[in-house]
Design a protein around this ligand. Structure first.
Ligand code: AP5
Length: 221
């Protein structure tokens, strides 16, 4: 089982890079944000509980999030591992993931931190467009689709995420960075942390992440 955790502030590029790693490593991309957005669309109890927190730019409570993630990791397509995007987000979630994997004789192989300064995150989030069908991410200036307003992968229309409004972006950045730091420290202490400079073109960040995985040692790529 290969378990990779992608860490980074909102807008650091976790979703963009998780898709690259998924294609390269052949294990599923599991994003708790995507799971919550699907639950909201389907109107499930988890979706109804998560919506108010997401609209306010706050983290969904650990108890709901951990149960949802564990159910997803128990699915057959994750038997060989997964790339986690957006989980763990708190020290409690990180400890729960260690317990879950420990019960299966496994552990987090690498926690890859995509490091982007806070001042660049607002531009990334406010310029983001995602496709309606599958959430493939684009950017108005830094990662444009081939045809305006249409997804390159599946042809569906591009839309803006509800939590990419300026006031919600500010709340996400203000409210979630302390928790991110706690998770970063958790993986620094286990030796799984590797930091990659995220302030480069997308392909270069992908190269840095793959190098960090191959090197298998802590450091900056
Ligand atoms: P989630 O969906 O996880 O959002 P996030 O962490 O805020 O991260 P984003 O998806 O906004 O950004 P990203 O890092 O994936 O960046 P992207 O690749 O899109 O969570 C949403 C909400 O759900 C949370 O606020 C919370 O309420 C809840 N939630 C989720 N998980 C939870 C958990 N574990 N616990 C509790 N609550 C949870 O890139 C951003 C933009 O930049 C795009 O436009 C992209 O094209 C562009 N870009 C990417 N890389 C580059 C680059 N190198 N150069 C230039 N542009 C780039």
């Amino acid at each position: 089982m290969t378990l990779i955790v992608l860490l980074g502030a909102p807008g650091a590029g976790k979703g963009t890079q998780a898709a690259v790693l998924r294609d390269r490593l052949g294990i599923p991309h599991v994003a708790t944000g995507d799971l919550f957005r699907a639950a909201i669309r389907e109107g499930t109890p988890v979706g109804r509980e998560a919506k108010a927190y997401m609209d306010a730019g706050q983290l969904v409570p650990d108890r709901v999030t951990i149960r949802m993630l564990e159910e997803r990791l128990a699915a057959p397509d994750a038997a060989d591992g997964a790339i986690l995007d957006g989980f763990p987000r708190t020290a409690v979630q990180a400890a729960a993931l260690d317990d879950f994997l420990g019960r299966r004789g496994s552990r987090v192989d690498a926690a890859l931190l995509i490091d982007v300064p806070a001042e660049d995150l607002v531009d990334r989030l406010s310029g983001r467009w995602i496709c309606q069908a599958a959430g493939h991410p684009y950017h108005a200036t830094m990662n444009r689709p081939r045809a305006s307003g249409v997804c390159d992968v599946d042809g569906s229309p591009l839309v803006q995420r509800a939590d990419d409004r300026p006031e919600t972006i500010r709340a996400r950045l203000a409210g979630q960075l302390d928790d991110l730091n706690a998770v970063v420290e958790h993986y620094r202490s286990t030796g799984a942390l590797r930091t990659v400079n995220g302030l480069r073109p997308i392909a270069e960040v992908s190269g840095g992440l793959l190098e960090a995985l191959e090197a298998g040692t802590a450091g900056v790529a």
